[in-house]
Design a protein around this ligand. Structure first.
Ligand code: NAG
Ligand code: NAG
Ligand code: NAG
Ligand code: NAG
Ligand code: NAG
Length: 620
């Protein structure tokens, strides 16, 4: 017979367990995740207090000693072990050390597509203590020059397949930037080559003290954030963010045995910090691909025994649009980590490709907060609770959709929204969650900060995203501010449309906005388009592309073909002007086109057609 008090305890525990099941169904998932967050927090705190940081690269070097023959990188079927990546990155470091132009703290801009040498160069330069700026290889000419000059590099390092892009910008590149090309020889003036010198360079490590980090806030990388407002901005990435990013896969439950498939461009934080960094944190293997291919995706996964994939929302949609193949579910992928998947695509994806745990992640490259859907609740970007908020303090505040700014009450303070209401996500900036801003750009840095929010002189990072928190503390992405318009009762996301159009090979840039048309509710979609140099405008292909990949309400009804992109002023001002001009033929000299479903193409907007639209003879 159990003593009375003991039955009491057992009964108590049982009812506690029942209570927990009923009222806190996510208790264990939350707790497990929280412990990981705490462990990570303690590690970072130790670094901060001791002033001796074990950086992600330090971890890599240790792994190269511990498991030299384990594959680190697989690219086009070729295996690069931990040791070989370490050695080749040493050669890069030794080459520039001997050469003598670079010193600790200098910035090097890197223009390279996804290939192993991207990683060798990145690691090699980091071993020298340089700050590496990852350039987006899809942008060209003036925007590219803008990106380069915004991070003031000593050197520009260019991949062999970027020769055309380099030739375009070379005449306008500042003289004091030295250019190195990843080839054996070059006919370009003032351009040095690397590959011919690499074999002669030693593969011994360069002195450790060059790379040793003393402060978590020291910059390590610049990553350009894809600008929905304005030209790309170079976000300063410190050791702290690299360490944070590298913990992502581990926090989601990936292990050293996992094989991670990276098809996203390495110049984005998702592939470089979360993917490559995460792979180092685990000591795992990653399979790198030059470019995402929807038709090759699953066959690659099978061929390489992939277990973890990285995605962005569009990628999942392309995969779902592929014709159904036999045995699609026969793969080993168990985890998909990324962001921006929509609820409907999420459901379809699971139905089609089997039981994959989707870990949706929210977090801007330069942001100070991240959420993880560690419970995998369909549609939700993550979950929060009292403890999580202690680590990552954030709030959702009331927002004025018309004026596109936070609502301030009569005392001048912002107010929190109730559960279930959409609010602007802001995260507190303080010494534990610092915001590092953008390189050489005080104005953009200031614009991202919201001050005097709840009390005098408090400071928050404005994510620009609207979120809803439900009563179970799940967070749902709602909208991006100032970035949508409504047409036929639907919300059209301008970034989504421009991402889809941007995939065409003749498009340099597509700027999407909504314009008013007399007699119609909402805003009709319009795209101002800049073509790549020497490419012609394929109106039929563009039509086919938008109707295939976009919902009908989101297809731009009008196109405006612009020759040059405004680089002066902010993008917002430029958009404002474009919106004001709309599709008014008499006010615009650029060629305009109209989406004609009967001709299955875009057609030139003639005076006759224009008048028919205005008079309502042609319906939109
Ligand atoms: C994938 O796994 C199978 C069975 O576990 C193994 O036979 C095969 O060699 C693996 N393939 C690769 C590329 O590692
Ligand atoms: C579109 O967004 C508004 C808020 O911006 C919201 O009230 C509305 O429900 C959304 N409509 C759809 C169809 O998602
Ligand atoms: C575009 O074409 C012109 C003339 O055909 C040529 O001189 C120029 O080099 C080309 N530019 C690019 C970027 O291909
Ligand atoms: C189009 O522009 C002209 C000249 O700028 C202006 O007079 C006219 O009112 C505009 N039409 C519409 C429909 O806005
Ligand atoms: C721990 C946990 O709750 N994981 C969930 C993650 O998401 C998937 C769906 O994508 C769920 O099935 C898991 O239960």
């Amino acid at each position: 017979m159990l003593p009375f008090w003991m039955t009491g305890v057992v009964a108590g525990l049982l009812s506690l367990h029942l209570l927990q099941k009923l009222f806190f169904p996510y208790f264990w998932a939350d707790l497990k995740f929280l412990l990981k967050v705490i462990k990570y927090g303690l590690t970072v705190e130790t670094y901060r207090l001791s002033g001796r940081i074990c950086s992600v690269l330090d971890n890599f070097v240790k792994l190269a000693e511990k498991q030299p023959t384990k594959p680190f990188l697989v690219y086009e079927g070729k295996v690069h072990t931990y040791r070989s990546v370490d050695k080749r990155s040493n050669r890069i470091a030794q080459l520039f050390l001997k050469e003598g132009t670079l010193k600790r703290g200098d910035t090097v801009a890197l223009l390279m597509s996804n290939e192993p040498d991207f990683i060798h160069v990145w690691f090699g330069l980091t071993k020298l203590g340089c700050v590496v700026a990852f350039l987006n290889f899809n942008i060209r000419s003036r925007s590219l020059l803008h990106c380069i000059s915004s991070c003031a590099p000593k050197m520009l390092l260019v991949g062999a397949d970027m020769l055309g892009t380099l030739e375009e910008i070379l005449p306008n590149l500042q003289d004091d930037i030295r250019v190195w090309l990843m080839t054996k020889e070059s006919t370009l003036p003032h351009v040095d080559t690397i590959l011919d010198k690499l074999d002669d360079a030693s593969d011994d490590p360069v002195p450790d003290n060059l790379r040793i980090a003393k402060n978590l806030k020291d910059p390590l990388l610049y990553i350009f954030t894809s600008g929905t407002t304005g030209l790309p901005k170079a976000a300063v990435i410190s050791h702290m963010q690299v360490i944070k990013g590298a913990a992502g896969l581990w926090a989601f439950g990936a292990t050293p045995e996992d094989i991670i498939y990276i098809t996203l461009p390495l110049y984005h934080s998702a592939a470089s910090l979360l993917g490559i960094g995460g792979c180092i944190e685990l000591g795992a293997t990653c399979v790198l691909r030059k470019k995402f291919s929807a038709s090759q995706f699953w066959s690659d996964c099978k061929k390489y025994n992939i277990t973890v994939v990285q995605y962005i929302g569009e990628l999942c949609r392309y995969l779902c649009k592929q014709p159904v193949k036999e045995g699609e579910k026969h793969h080993k992928v168990r985890l998909a980590v990324g962001n921006g998947i929509r609820t409907d695509v999420w459901k379809e994806f699971l139905l089609r490709f089997g039981d994959i745990k989707i870990c949706e992640l929210y977090g801007a490259t330069e942001g100070t907060i991240c959420f993880m859907n560690h419970t995998g609740k369909v549609g939700s970007v993550g979950r929060t609770n009292f403890f999580y908020k202690l680590f990552f303090p954030f709030d959702l505040i009331k927002y004025d959709f018309q004026k596109e700014e936070p609502i301030r009450n009569k005392h001048g303070w912002c107010e929190r929204v109730k559960n279930g209401e959409a609010g602007l996500l802001i995260s507190k900036v303080n010494s534990k969650n610092p915001f590092f801003g953008y390189a050489g750009n005080k104005r953009d840095t200031a614009k991202k900060l919201l001050c005097d929010v709840f009390k005098k002189e408090d400071c928050y990072f404005n994510t620009g995203d609207l979120m809803v928190q439900n009563q179970d503390n799940f967070l749902y992405f709602w909208d991006r501010t100032g970035d949508t318009f409504r047409w036929k009762g639907e919300n059209v996301s301008t970034t989504e449309v421009s991402d889809v159009i941007g995939m065409l090979d003749f498009i340099q840039e597509a700027n999407i906005y909504g314009i008013s048309v007399l007699g119609y509710e909402g805003k009709a979609g319009m795209a101002s388009i800049i073509l790549k140099p020497n490419k012609s405008f394929n109106l039929e292909k563009l039509y086919q592309h938008v109707v295939t990949y976009l919902p009908s309400y989101a297809c731009p009804l009008f196109l405006r073909h612009q020759e040059i992109m405004e680089v002066t002023g902010t993008f917002k001002q430029q958009k404002f002007q474009l919106v004001a001009e709309g599709f008014n033929l008499s006010a615009i000299s650029d060629p305009l086109y109209f989406l004609d479903n009967s001709k299955k193409s875009y057609v030139l907007l003639t005076k006759e057609l224009y008048e028919k639209i205005l008079s309502g003879q042609v319906k939109l």
